[in-house]
Design a protein around this ligand. Structure first.
Ligand code: AMP
Ligand code: MG
Length: 354
């Protein structure tokens, strides 16, 4: 256990926050930092001892690789070897989406420690758009390895308070820059070149950069089943609240049990909505009250899940959102949060990620 300090990166505290974070990273320590997706737990990617602290604090298994963040595009070659046949595509994607929430899996440079990539020969790279994260990345001078700042398998934090709940007492510092702008983890893709055709993109994790946006640059394919093992963030059960959580397709599929307290995680919270009317819910939290905007629902999703998890409900029922654009990533997180509960008891793994 250690004392966990929080520095508020408001206008006045910005420099103090940057310098304190950089000092910790330089001496091989870890620090929770805001990014535009979710809060990350950062370490110098070239320092294996520092990276090991991330795995320890998160209780993350070492086979689960970390995303490496570069301060500028020219740093890409320090961590990845971009094959000639996809060079132009990588340039195009970087021009369009970096800095931003798109992570690209590429062959790794030998200098990237095996611990960062879970022993894989590939590395997942992106450039964060968060101004403070970028300033820290730049000042450090090395790439930053940073997974989400939560204990393994749990809901990603989108606020400094959520990081404190997850990792308080385990890390020395949290930089608080308010709520995250995207609210969902980055989209992760792998690129495959094709002769005389646009490249193939395999989406390893749905995220803020949508299939529709990627289609302009290549043909988007589903991840092959065998490949799921290479992307452990894709474990079926993940993002799990402590409270039983169930995604239900249609309102009529919900049959309440006598005496149980249920909360509804609603898309729009619409008064007359069929899910809302279905039951006398203890509480209804709307992801995007009123008109239902997917971008707003994405920003609020993990926050709302955490709020409900604190309410001592017997079960959280989630209503689906429309599965287009950003809705694909939202539905992915809802399914994973709900997966644990849909496994029959006999097949339920004892080693569920926590
Ligand atoms: P997190 O930053 O906690 O959201 O987790 C990072 C996720 O990125 C991992 O769980 C993997 O799913 C994915 N990832 C990282 N590196 C690789 C890689 N080399 N190949 C495939 N997936 C990766
Ligand atoms: Mg994570």
């Amino acid at each position: 256990m250690c004392e966990t300090k929080t520095i508020e990166a408001t206008d006045d505290g910005m420099m103090e926050a940057r310098d304190a974070a950089v000092a910790l990273l330089q001496r091989g320590d870890i620090v929770a930092l805001p990014t535009e997706t979710v809060y990350g737990l950062a370490a110098d990617a070239f320092n294996p001892a520092a990276v090991a602290k991330i795995f320890a604090a998160k209780e993350r298994p070492e086979f689960d690789p970390l995303i490496v963040h570069i301060a500028s595009f020219k740093d890409l070659k320090r961590v990845a070897v971009v094959p000639e046949e996809i060079q132009e595509t990588v340039n195009q994607l970087a021009r369009q989406f970096w800095p931003g929430p798109l992570t690209i899996i590429l062959p790794k440079q030998p200098e990237v420690p095996d611990l960062v990539t879970g022993g894989l020969l590939t590395v997942a790279v992106r450039q964060s758009a968060h101004p403070l994260f970028r300033a820290i990345n730049q000042a450090l001078g090395n790439p930053i390895a940073a997974p989400s700042a939560n204990r393994f398998g749990r809901i990603s934090p989108t606020s400094a308070a959520a990081v404190m709940k997850e990792l308080g007492g385990r890390i020395p510092l949290i930089i608080d820059a308010g709520a995250c702008a995207e609210g969902l983890e980055s989209t992760i893709i792998r690129i495959e070149a094709r002769v005389g055709k646009k490249p193939l993109f395999y989406i390893h994790r749905a995220g803020p950069v949508t299939r529709e946006q990627l289609q302009e640059f290549g043909k988007v394919e589903k991840v092959l089943p065998g490949e799921k093992l290479l992307a452990p963030g894709q474990l079926e059960s993940h993002y799990a609240p402590r409270t039983p959580f169930r995604l239900i397709g249609r309102p009529e599929d919900f049959v309440p049990e006598e005496g149980k307290r249920y909360g509804l995680l609603s898309y729009t919270g619409e008064d007359g909505g069929e899910f809302v009317r279905r039951h006398g819910w203890e509480v209804v939290i709307a992801l995007s009250p009123g008109s239902g905007k997917l971008a707003e629902a994405a920003i609020r999703l993990f926050y709302a899940m955490r709020e409900m998890d604190e309410m001592e409900l017997d079960e959280i029922i989630a209503e689906p959102v429309s599965e287009t654009g950003l809705g694909v990533a939202i539905m992915d997180r809802l399914r994973r949060a709900s997966a644990q509960r849909s496994l029959p008891k006999s097949t339920k793994k004892t080693g569920d990620p926590m």
